[in-house]
Design a protein around this ligand. Structure first.
Ligand code: 5AD
Ligand code: SF4
Length: 469
């Protein structure tokens, strides 16, 4: 019997990856994916708990789903509702108490058990599974069945042992766990077999990766990247998200030595004042962060830096906020995410004295974001006149256009001169805006026809990618 499942994803890229894997776990049960919740026999909300706003969204969505469920029931059909992800993990049975419409609550470590839970749920009224199991959930999930886009996420590490005092992740995702390298390589080869050209390695603390190596030794993220770079067809590798304390020498060197490793790094620093960093339990100072960036730029001078910043952590003074601004000025980010501190139940910072008033947080965020927007605009504008390799990912918004990404992760819109999705073409960058670039394809339609000698050394990727063909 075919049934339909609608999965709605909130939050980070790891949730996006998990949603794909949930769909794959449900496929053998006869579930096909649908974009339309009204047509679904099962709706899964894959939730985010990182900030209060993100968690509250779930309850309003559940209110809307209750109406849809009533409509389906009136038409003689049913709709089960499951809550997965970090709200499921953090709130467990409380979700069913607050929203009785929910049939099933499943934490991120238990997606491989979804089919069983749904079957059990047919007998018992409601099912809740938020235990941290001993088994490796990835090993228990079915193999990746397909991938339609030339870019894919691949989770290599989950959980976090850092316990930043503002953050729920160590509680919702549990202790750090690294997948064995052999499993990751196998999944990456499958993805390459489906035509994937770019893989982003995911982990809450991805650069703390320490997995069983294919050679019986412990592998770092750098070693894993080196092995992945040898997989035929894979032209681009990225990883996210990193912690400054785990930025090992070998990983920095990988940015110099491995052409497939893209010149883009998301490295959160959160705050610029050492007193706040200590209260956040960040394990680095502002000077340590700045020195690290200097070393990374020595290894890869054109690297695009990205970060996460929190304003209004408890006790943050105006002068301390200014120190955050100073770090931003010194680094000059290509892009960044910035947030108002949001107290999360159960975290140490939520009960600290001197919580900052909302108005002050909003003001600081606006000041910070206008500086970050300026930096991003300038970084994009600096690409005009350059020739960049662009991985074509999808049709553009306007007809006659294709959309792809530069090595620096900027969206690039190019005129469609017969380039094909999945190809890496060279494009002359002609325009830039706050968030994207526009360009004209200058290479032949086939990558193999590109004359690499005439291409400017825009990035290490140019030669590496094209020689591989
Ligand atoms: N309040 C605001 N921002 C937070 N983040 C994590 N927890 C909180 C919180 N309680 C931000 C951090 C982190 C990103 C994923 O979300 O900057 O790096
Ligand atoms: Fe949260 Fe800190 Fe772990 Fe990042 S390193 S997931 S901010 S606890």
């Amino acid at each position: 019997m075919t049934r339909k499942v609608h999965i709605k994803t909130y939050g980070c890229q790891m949730n996006a990856y998990d949603s794909v894997r949930m769909a794959e776990a449900l496929a053998p049960e006869g579930y096909e994916e649908t974009d339309d919740p009204a047509a679904a026999d099962l709706v899964v909300l894959n939730t985010c708990h990182i900030r209060e706003k993100a968690a509250e969204k779930i309850y309003s969505e559940l209110g809307r789903l209750r109406l849809l469920q009533n409509e389906r029931r009136a038409n003689g059909a049913n709709m089960k509702i499951a809550v997965a992800g970090c709200v499921a993990q953090a709130e467990g049975e409380e979700i069913i108490r607050r929203a009785p419409v929910v049939d099933l609550v499943v934490g991120p470590q238990n997606y491989h058990r979804l089919p069983d839970l749904l079957r059990d749920g047919q007998k018992s009224a409601k099912a809740v599974d938020t235990e941290f199991p001993a088994e490796d959930k990835f090993a228990s999930l079915p193999e990746r069945a397909r991938q339609r886009t030339p870019t894919a996420f691949l989770t290599v590490q989950e959980g976090c042992d850092k316990f930043c005092t503002f953050c729920v992740v160590p509680y919702t995702r549990g202790a750090e766990f690294s997948r064995p390298a052999a499993d990751i390589l196998e999944e990456a080869r499958r993805l390459a077999g489906f035509g994937v050209r770019e893989i982003t390695l995911l982990g809450q603390n991805v650069n703390a990766y320490m997995g069983d190596g294919a050679d019986g030794r412990g592998w770092t993220l750098a070693r894993l990247i080196e092995a992945l770079a040898d997989i035929p067809g894979l032209a681009r590798l990225r990883y996210t998200t990193s912690h400054p304390a785990d930025m090992g020498d070998d990983l920095i060197a990988a940015h110099r030595d491995i052409p497939a490793l893209m010149p883009y790094l998301h490295l959160p620093f959160q705050a610029g004042a050492d007193r706040i960093l200590a209260a956040m339990n960040r394990k680095h100072t502002a000077a340590h962060y700045l020195r690290l960036i200097e070393r990374i730029r020595q290894a890869r001078p054109d690297i695009a830096m990205s970060t996460d910043i929190i304003v209004g952590f408890p006790g943050e003074t105006d002068a301390e906020f200014e120190e955050t601004m100073q770090v931003v000025r010194e680094v000059n980010f290509a892009q960044a995410y910035s947030f108002k501190y949001s107290p999360r139940p159960g975290t140490p910072a939520s009960t600290m004295d001197d919580q900052i008033p909302e108005a002050a947080k909003s003001e600081r965020l606006a000041t910070l974001q206008s500086l970050l927007a300026e930096q991003q605009k300038a970084f994009n504008a600096a690409q005009i006149g350059r020739t960049l390799p662009v991985l074509l990912e999808k049709p553009g918004r306007k007809s006659g256009q294709l959309a792809g990404r530069s090595p620096y992760l900027q969206p690039v819109h190019v005129t469609d001169h017969g380039g094909e999705i999945g190809q890496i073409v060279l494009a002359d960058i002609t325009e830039s805006s706050a968030n994207s670039l526009s360009g004209v394809i200058i290479s032949g339609t086939k990558e193999t026809k590109v004359h690499i000698n005439s291409a400017p050394p825009a990035s290490g990727e140019t030669a590496g990618t094209l020689l591989r063909q």
